[in-house]
Design a binder for this molecule. Structure first.
Ligand code: NDP
Ligand code: HSE
Length: 457
């Protein structure tokens, strides 16, 4: 077999291959965005050009690259391919597949809808867009018989979308959970190993290309919540949107919390948890939530370092599966984007379709208050007789069972002799635990509730 040789075609890159492939009109690609991800997509598109054509079974051709400012100096792209007119590029007759790596919601939504309605398949890495508008986009793709791919939108290089859409399509999934944001994992890991505050490490994560254009989306948990919405929708065949996900970020986590966790044998991770639960009325419901959690240092998640991600899937027949790898950064994300480009371009030639978003189950959303969880509570109480008895009575009145109580003496809070109490609860309803903490805050015995962090299972 002879290897194909790339040929220049006007201002486009052509992937020329076998005789039969050469007879076909190349699948035209429009790349929207040339930032951290887009520039890596084009680098890989060029460096892998020989093999891509074999995998696609036909040639592809880059028709243009849309950016916000075409006058910026750029490496790795022919300046004549660069345009500020993204819509004009999408609507060209010779564009068949649109790759959206701009980010944001409203503007890319307009572009992606226009592309789908014009009969072009779309590949996007944009989890915020998919988590907010998946129904509308999937409907447009269906109506126009084209593909909507978004493997890179969740955990970048880790193929979780394909795994849920295809590989586990014959199974029943009970739970999908894990670390799905590289920036916050990088920050928490650095805080754990150096004792630094989170703001000190955020700049480094941004510089390395992990953080979103506005890193608030990462540290407030919104990026992970978008991914949780996508995972829950696929796992439970029910539409879950970003706004449906209960979300707490890492901005309240202090170096002191990390130190206290360490002393107790834990590390703190930002977890996304998607599960099917039985709600207060006894019916199955979907819960999707994101929050920091204490993870035992012996748990495999504790060793997920830097910007790495890890996703656990608990399925009825397959059992427990764990996926680990690069969850952020230009090249890992571009790898997932290109995998989708291969799928979309192959379908243009061979007539197949990408697996669809199926939401036939339409399970209701669980109330966050009904979700089963465990709390680790660190508080300062008056060091006097009767405090533990009062505490036990408060627990009993709320139906909260304590798994462990640890007491340390010789503290002082605002001139009062204090003891430090660490309470670890058994599993209870989120709302009952939250009410219990509210009771503690109001109690005369309690001087201060220093931290409340959920415990990972
Ligand atoms: P960047 O901010 O690095 O790049 C954005 C690109 O979009 C830039 O080239 C910018 O142009 C261009 N752009 C912005 N506005 C417009 C516009 N109005 N018209 C045309 N082009 C525009 O973002 P990333 O590459 O980091 O992220 C892109 C997408 O990929 C996002 O949806 C993100 O969530 C997702 N993603 C990112 C990952 C990562 O690790 N970075 C991982 C997984 C997904 P210009 O160059 O002129 O500024
Ligand atoms: N900002 C995201 C992260 C990029 O840190 O995980 C990958 O989606």
């Amino acid at each position: 077999m002879t290897m194909p040789s790339p040929q220049a075609s006007g201002n486009s890159y052509t992937f020329d291959g076998t005789a039969s492939a050469r007879d076909r009109r190349p699948v035209g690609i429009a790349l929207l965005g040339y930032g951290t991800v887009g520039s890596e997509v084009l680098r890989l598109l060029k460096s892998n050009e020989e093999t891509l054509e074999h995998r696609i079974e036909g040639p592809i051709e880059l028709k243009g690259v849309a950016v916000s400012d075409a006058s910026k100096p750029r490496t790795g792209v022919d300046p004549e391919l660069v345009t500020e007119d993204a819509m004009g590029l999408i609507l060209r007759d010779d564009v068949d597949v649109v790759v959206e790596v701009i980010g944001g919601i409203e503007y890319p939504r307009k572009l992606v809808l226009a592309a789908l309605e014009a009969g072009k398949s779309v590949v996007t890495a944009n989890k915020a867009l998919v988590a907010a508008h998946a129904d509308e986009l999937a409907r447009a793709a269906d109506e126009h018989g084209v593909d909507l791919y978004y493997e890179a939108a969740v955990a970048a290089a880790i193929p979780v979308v394909g795994m849920l859409r295809r590989s586990l399509a014959g199974d029943q999934i009970q739970r999908v959970s894990g670390i799905v944001n590289g920036t916050t994992n990088f920050i928490l890991d650095a805080m754990d190993s150096t004792g630094a505050e989170y703001s000190e490490t955020l700049a480094e994560a941004t510089e390395l290309g992990y953080a979103e254009a506005d890193p608030t989306a990462d540290v407030e948990g919104h990026d992970a919540a978008s991914k949780a919405a996508i995972l829950a929708s696929m796992a439970f065949h029910s539409r879950v949107k970003f706004a449906d996900v209960s979300c707490e970020g890492i901005t309240q986590i202090t170096a002191e919390d990390i130190e206290a966790a360490k002393e107790a044998g834990y590390t703190i991770k930002l977890l996304a948890i998607c599960e099917k639960i039985v709600d207060a009325s006894g019916q199955p419901a979907v819960s999707a939530r994101v929050h920091p959690a204490l993870v035992s240092r012996e748990h495999p998640l504790a060793s997920v370092s830097g910007s790495y991600n890890a996703v656990f899937v608990e399925a009825e027949a397959a059992g427990n599966l764990m996926f680990y790898g690069n969850g952020a950064g230009g090249a890992p994300t571009a790898s997932a984007v290109l995998g989708d480009v291969v799928g979309a371009a192959r379908n243009k030639y061979l007539g197949g379709r990408a697996p669809k978003d199926l939401t036939y189950a339409q399970l209701p959303l669980a109330q966050f208050g009904d979700v089963p969880t465990r709390y680790h509570i660190d508080l300062r109480v008056h060091d006097r007789v009767g405090v533990l008895a009062d505490l036990a009575a408060t627990c009993a009145s709320r139906g909260i069972s304590l798994k462990a109580v640890r007491q340390e003496e010789d503290y002082e809070v605002n001139g009062h002799r204090a003891a430090r109490l660490i309470l670890v609860t058994h599993t209870a309803r989120e709302q009952d635990l939250a009410d219990f903490v509210a009771n503690l805050v109001e109690s005369d015995d309690v001087l201060e509730v220093s931290s409340v962090i959920r415990l990972a299972d």
